[in-house]
Design a protein around this ligand. Structure first.
Ligand code: SAH
Length: 462
């Protein structure tokens, strides 16, 4: 059973730091069901391929089970399965957790990666394989295999040779593989109990809640155990902000309904967190934090040391507090957070001294006549080193099937900008207040109208 991971990130041998496995060494680890060997088939500065070879002890597998049939017909030692997930979690545990001792920033940034699985059992076929990986942004290539080459009339097997290509942080690739391989295989080699729900939510964090196939993934991962599946889905709904109590108010529902098919909200938050980490911002203010979607992610992530949520709406802050309370975090983690009521158009000393400020889908709620006041509050008074600001790209609205022509995405939006309008505003502000700005599309990019969300990342010239 083999998994290879290749990168063309430069220098490609950084993969060794990320995996915590030296490219010049071959290492072996004893696991409860066999051995894992790690080696590099290529390690140059242009291209680096790490291989995880699992040698499953077939005799150990059947011992004590009272059946010998499996000994002869089992595919378990040879195909990617939950054994591979366990091996990933054990031998690549630091990389899976998104940590890298020697180059911490490297673990957070997207790099070009190709994962290759020579034999992956896919119950549900190539179509299901694509349904799982394509919404996460992967290019999928799959080659099916005949059941028996000597008897082509027996047709196709459910085994595929699969290549998954994407530019993303290594930890995300490993989390996707960890969860989705056993889902495709539709089997687990161990007893599935309550702790599997926790594992699924932990490794699915940031991507499973917004995945179009989340119900099938959850059901299969938990081996179709109804009570576990229901518990996991309820928590995922909470993460996706589809609050089961119906307490959501104002903004989110209406806009989310328009944007939902893309799970744009999740992609936006992921992009913001990646930008914060790339800039090493550990102390962050979220301006216009509403009910705490971003705060929740920041709070759960120990990378962030101090978090301040600011919103003009007291009711939203109350809801944010209730939702974050439900995380039941230990006191020392919880103490990193502060929530305050404040308006972004009035100068406020409490906003000073942070590494970064995020302004996610907020600026379009301000009257155009108040934008200048907001600019001064943020760029002149608060003056964080990094500012991550997102806003809708109005050009993309024609692609939303359920948005009538000419309408903005939400009735409280005072305006929505084209790419040119946003970039021209951002460039002017950056220049006036001594920042540089870079732009990044968020969500699927359309060749004509761009991406649904536009993001500007400002860095203060120091
Ligand atoms: N950033 C959040 C919410 C965006 S909705 C998210 O991405 O989920 C916009 C939020 O900005 C609302 O919660 C609204 O109360 C807040 N807001 C609007 N005008 C504001 C102002 N002048 N000062 C502070 N907050 C404001």
């Amino acid at each position: 059973m083999l998994l290879t991971i290749t990168t063309t990130h430069q220098p490609a041998t950084d993969l060794g730091y990320l995996l915590h496995k030296h490219p010049e060494r071959c290492q072996s680890f004893v696991l409860s069901f066999g051995k894992a060997h790690i080696f590099y088939s290529e390690a140059s500065t242009h291209l680096c391929t790490a291989a995880l070879l699992l040698d499953v002890d077939a005799v150990k597998l059947v011992r004590g089970r009272g059946t010998f049939v499996g000994q002869y017909v089992s595919d378990r030692p040879y195909v990617a399965s939950s054994f591979l997930s366990v091996a990933i979690a054990q031998v690549f545990s630091t990389a899976l957790a998104g940590r890298c001792k020697d180059k911490p920033e490297l673990a957070q940034i997207p790099i070009p990666l190709v994962a290759r699985l020579p034999v992956l059992p896919c119950w549900g076929g190539e179509e299901f394989l694509r349904q799982l990986f394509e919404p996460l942004g992967y290019s999928v290539s799959a080659q099916g295999h005949l059941l028996d080459e000597n008897f082509p009339e027996w047709g196709q097997s459910h085994y595929y040779t699969v290549e998954l290509q994407h530019t993303l942080p290594l930890s995300e690739l490993l989390s996707h593989l960890y969860v989705l391989i056993p889902v495709l295989d539709d089997e687990k080699h161990y007893w599935v109990g309550d702790e599997e729900v926790e594992k699924l939510l932990r490794h699915g964090e940031g991507w499973l809640a917004g995945h179009p196939a989340r119900e099938q993934i959850t059901k299969r991962y938990l081996k179709r155990q109804g009570h576990l599946t229901r518990a996991a889905l309820a928590q995922l709904m909470e993460e996706e902000n589809l609050d089961p109590d119906g307490v959501e108010e104002q903004h989110t529902q209406e806009e989310a309904a328009v944007e939902k098919p893309l799970s744009l909200n999740q992609q936006r938050l992921n992009a913001v967190v990646a930008a914060l980490k790339k800039h090493g911002a550990k102390r962050v203010i979220d301006l216009g934090c509403a009910q705490g979607n971003l705060l929740k992610i920041l709070l759960k992530d120990s990378f962030f040391e101090q978090i301040l949520g600011v919103d003009v709406s007291y009711r939203s802050l109350e809801i944010a507090k209730e939702r974050l309370d439900r995380l039941r975090l230990p006191r020392d983690r919880w103490n990193r957070l502060q929530l305050i009521q404040g308006a972004l158009t009035y100068q406020d000393k409490r906003l000073k001294g942070y590494d970064a400020a995020t302004v996610i889908e907020v600026i379009e709620h301000l009257d155009l006549s108040r934008i200048q006041a907001f600019e001064r509050v943020l760029f002149e008074v608060a003056q964080p080193k990094t500012i991550v600001l997102t806003t809708p790209n109005i050009e993309y609205n024609v692609r939303f099937e359920n948005l009538p022509a000419g309408r903005l995405r939400h009735k409280d939006h005072r305006f929505e900008w084209t790419r040119e309008e946003f970039q021209s505003w951002a460039n002017t502000v950056a220049k006036r207040f001594g920042y540089k700005v870079e732009f990044q599309p968020v969500g699927i990019e359309d060749s004509e109208v761009g991406s649904p969300t536009q993001m500007g990342v400002f860095s203060r010239n120091s």
